[in-house]
Design a protein around this ligand. Structure first.
Ligand code: SAH
Length: 489
């Protein structure tokens, strides 16, 4: 499978500048090994007037299938790929997108230390993909690329040239032409190749949402087909699609109308409800938190850093919880939460049980005192480490609920997310991610300093080597606690 990128030069800008932007010298042919095969970068032509870079990916289809079978971590490989004879070696699929992101990582991010002035420049680009699997056909290819400002040529490839009466295959020859910043062009391909392929070869992990939103920054939210793109990119995993749509809605919040959130929810359900639905980690986490709250006997609960209110919503459905307070530093998150909960339209008795307010956990806050339990679900890792003692004091020193439940990613598990490059955190905004030992160390010290005991529970599959994807600590205030919060601390 391959793809070419061509640009033309001007008197004051040689076409070979493309080599700088791609971080690959036009005089060399280079080979990179990727998870599924070998990627070659070479330049069939490179002079001042015209320069073409080609990315050629050699795939071992048998290894691909074997690797897929070995997995069994929730996600079966796509049925179409579960055979040794498959189209992967020939067709420009999601594998090509993955190779693209690996081989042209800096170019995709728009980084070019050697020639930073080139990065933001729009270049005349011509991108050709000779065999693009396109579920939805040439018409969909055009619908996806045209709104992004490309001139699109999408020609169906005949099933067999010798037998035109057999009609077209599901492949098209794609040519995109336009004046574009290279990083943007690569990000379009990175997202839309797998969308058109619609048969992702790898298990879609929760951090795919982050990747999609990063690659889609600046164009996806406004794209007329953003629903289709999002749902297909996430291989129709409904929970992830919904999360992505909600986060895209944040981007679009400015022109969000009353019903947008509901419409999105419905559209996503319709598009995807024939798919298998593994229990997403976020749901497992919510369930584990609710279990822990119930066994602590809590009725009045704080959800600190409640984000878009998913946990608050789940707690409201359970009459055990008589008072639920969600707080967050982000007003935007709270706006989404209040839409989700339909606070305005809620009956009086329901509305009396729930409150949302803005506040930062880096400061003590009188409003947080006197509750049975507080939840910090995937919050601590969003604070810079030096701010953590302030949060610790605000929660354990000042608010002092009977129970505190803290969840955070287990960084050891990251090697199990197939599409997460080594050394990366799961979310762009994570300031740190801890091993089990680091979390246990922190939690133990916090408990010791503030008169709590702590125990740890895994959330998600507890891998024998690397542990569970999410770690949870349940803190319980010592029974003989007679500190009075701030004064005593
Ligand atoms: N608890 C939710 C959201 C986790 S995302 C869930 O489990 O899905 C982290 C949230 O913490 C974000 O909504 C962010 O706005 C919030 N947050 C980050 N720093 C904060 C601070 N200093 N005070 C309060 N909330 C904060």
């Amino acid at each position: 499978m391959f793809l070419t990128i061509t640009t033309t030069g001007t008197p004051d800008r040689p076409a070979t500048d493309l080599g700088y932007l791609l971080h690959k010298h036009p005089d060399n042919a280079q080979v990179f090994s990727t998870a599924q095969g070998r990627a070659h970068v070479l330049y069939p032509e490179a002079d001042d007037q015209r320069c073409t870079a080609a990315l050629l990916l050699e795939i071992d289809p048998v290894a691909l299938v074997r690797k897929g079978r070995g997995k069994g971590r929730g996600g079966a490989p796509d049925a179409a790929l579960a055979q040794y004879v498959n189209d992967r070696p020939y067709a420009a699929s999601s594998l090509l997108a993955v190779a693209l992101s690996g081989v042209f990582k800096s170019a995709l991010r728009g980084v070019c230390p050697a020639r930073p002035e080139l990065v933001g420049q729009a270049l005349p680009l011509r991108i050709e993909v000779p065999a693009l699997p396109a579920r939805g056909g040439a018409a969909l290819v055009t619908k996806l690329f045209e709104p992004l400002g490309w001139t699109v040529t999408a020609e169906p490839v005949a099933l067999d040239g010798a037998f035109p009466e057999w009609g077209a295959s599901r492949y098209v020859r794609l040519v995109l032409e336009g004046e574009k910043v290279l990083a943007e062009a690569l990000r379009h391909l990175y997202v839309l190749l797998p969308v058109l392929d619609d048969a992702k070869h790898y298990w879609v992990s929760p951090d795919e949402v982050d990747k999609l939103l990063r690659a889609g920054e600046g164009w996806l939210a406004e794209h007329p087909e953003h629903k289709l793109i999002t749902s297909r990119y996430l291989a129709r995993r409904w929970a992830l699609t919904r999360e992505a749509m909600e986060r895209l809605e944040l981007v679009r919040l400015a022109d969000l109308d009353e019903l947008a959130v509901e419409e999105v929810d419905n559209a996503v359900d319709e598009a995807t409800d024939t798919e298998e639905k593994p229990v997403p980690l976020a749901v497992q986490r919510r369930d584990a938190i609710i279990d822990a709250l119930k066994s602590s006997g809590a009725h009045r609960v704080l959800d600190l850093g409640c984000g878009q209110g998913q946990l608050v919503q789940a707690l409201l459905k359970d009459v055990t919880f008589t008072e639920i307070v969600g707080t967050d530093v982000s007003m935007r998150a709270l706006t989404i939460a209040s839409r989700r909960l339909k606070l305005e339209r809620m009956g009086e008795r329901q509305a009396a049980r729930v409150k949302l307010f803005q506040g930062s956990l880096a400061y003590t806050d009188k409003r947080l005192k006197g509750y049975d339990a507080a939840v910090l679900s995937e919050v601590i890792e969003h604070l810079d480490l030096p701010r953590l003692p302030a949060l610790e004091y605000a929660v354990f020193g000042a608010a002092r609920p009977t129970t505190v439940i803290v969840t955070t990613p287990n960084v050891e598990y990251n090697v199990r997310w197939e599409s997460l490059p080594a050394g990366h955190v799961r979310h762009g905004d994570h300031r740190f991610e801890w091993t089990r030992a680091e979390f246990a160390d922190w939690a133990g010290k916090v408990a010791g300093r503030h008169g709590y005991t702590v125990e740890f529970r895994p959330v998600g599959p507890d891998d024998p080597e690397v542990g569970p994807p999410t770690q949870m600590a349940v803190f319980t205030k010592a029974a003989n606690d007679n500190t009075k919060g701030e004064q005593a601390a």
